[in-house]
Design a protein around this ligand. Structure first.
Ligand SMILES: Cc1ncc(C[n+]2csc(CCOP(=O)(O)OP(=O)(O)O)c2C)c(N)n1
Ligand code: SF4
Ligand SMILES: [Mg+2]
Length: 351
């Protein structure tokens, strides 16, 4: 047995959500990751986001590749659909599942090794196709599972635990996601759950390809002085451009904000993203400006976090392909084999 099941009992006064579920109903088995691993904090944030959104667990499908990060779906949403694929192949499996059943909420969980090396092409094509999903990269700058080799997101000049200096330039997954056309792009930090939970909630409610790059320190192999993915380094260089609150219904703003410091973005499904600006000139609706800003701040050694870009009216792969509303896996023989007359009519359209 490679995992431990959590005991079922819980405090009788645990809060319940609108479905009558407690937090425990969104948990999975006991984590086998190293104590203090950033990935466990991301699992906790996913659990909280799904609990707060009142999501029925059976409506969620979580998919992953290979790595410590890709193991995490075992540790949350134990009552949801799950598929642990092979290294770097999560995006194509998720795309296929999404095409077959558009009614589920898709959560792709990956690592920087899984998505920025072997799965780079798969990552790119799932984003550019606009697959309706939340794609999270739990980014620690190393291959944690295989004992700490530099990954493709490791910064040039970053030092390994054993003193080697990384000479390759880093792939910035946010820059890639922006360039590839993701319609919701955010960066979080596993050490800041207050920021991360709303970013996940907003992404789940987004229609189209939502991408979160979550810096998630590896305490075993990349949390030392000289690493640019350590808890200390990220805390010191974290530059949040905004703070997000997700409102399921359009509630009046009660807090007192200075004019121009709050922006409301209504998404496709009616959820409202309330963005409190920290960097006053940062505009999360401007893809080109976001790309420039991120590169400027990265050159200055800063790690920009927050909701970096959103297109609230984004489209998804099903919109582009003009598929039927009914999930394809629910179509019956009558829909799939419409007969010779229907085939003839269709063929006429191609002549
Ligand atoms: C086809 C294939 N190549 C290589 C490996 C070895 N391998 C397992 S996990 C991994 C990298 C994991 O890194 P990352 O995705 O960053 O996850 P982390 O463990 O850091 O969370 C590698 C190279 C593999 N399992 N399969
Ligand atoms: S090796 Fe690193 S990434 Fe893997 S569980 Fe341990 S701390 Fe987390
Ligand atoms: Mg990694």
């Amino acid at each position: 047995m490679t995992y431990s099941v959590k005991p079922k009992f819980h405090h009788p006064a645990l809060p319940v959500n609108e479905l009558g579920f407690t937090h425990r109903d969104y948990e999975g088995s006991v984590s086998t990751l190293c104590a203090g691993c950033g990935h466990d904090s991301i699992s906790a944030a996913i659990i909280q986001a799904c609990f707060e959104l009142d999501l029925p667990p059976h409506r969620i499908a979580k998919l992953s590749g290979i790595g410590c990060s890709s193991k995490t779906p075992d540790y949350f949403l134990g009552q949801s659909h799950g598929f642990n694929s092979v290294h770097g192949r999560m995006p194509s499996v998720l795309t296929g599942a999404n095409l077959a059943n558009r009614d589920l909420i898709y959560l792709g969980v990956s690592g920087d090794g899984d998505s920025a090396s072997i799965g780079f092409g798969q990552f790119a094509h799932s984003i550019r196709r606009g697959v309706n999903m939340l794609y999270i990269v739990e980014n620690n700058g190393v291959y944690g599972l295989t004992k700490g080799q530099f990954s493709a997101t490791s910064d040039r000049g970053s030092k390994s635990k054993y003193g080697a200096v990384n000479s390759d330039s880093a792939i910035d997954m946010i820059a890639m996601a922006l360039q590839l056309g993701a319609t919701y792009v955010a960066r979080g930090f596993s050490g800041d759950k207050a920021q991360l939970v709303p970013l996940i909630k907003g992404a789940i409610n987004h229609h189209g390809a939502a991408f979160i790059d979550c810096i998630s320190p590896c305490v075993a192999f990349n949390n030392h002085v000289g690493s640019t993915k350590s808890f200390d380094y990220v805390r010191e260089h974290n530059e949040a451009v905004n703070r997000l609150d997700v409102m399921i219904e359009h509630a009046p703003i009660t807090a007192d904000y200075a004019p121009g410091t709050v922006e409301l973005v209504t998404q496709h499904d009616g959820t409202v993203l309330r963005l409190r600006k920290i960097a006053s000139h940062y505009d999360p609706n401007d893809r080109i400006a976001a790309m420039t800003y991120l590169q400027e701040r990265a050159a200055a050694g800063e790690i920009v976090t927050g909701l970096l870009y959103v297109d609230p009216q984004g489209q998804d792969l099903h919109d582009y392909l003009n598929t039927v509303e009914k999930p394809l896996n629910e179509l019956g023989t009558a829909d799939l084999v419409p007969g010779a007359a229907a085939l003839e009519t269709f063929n006429d359209t191609l002549r």
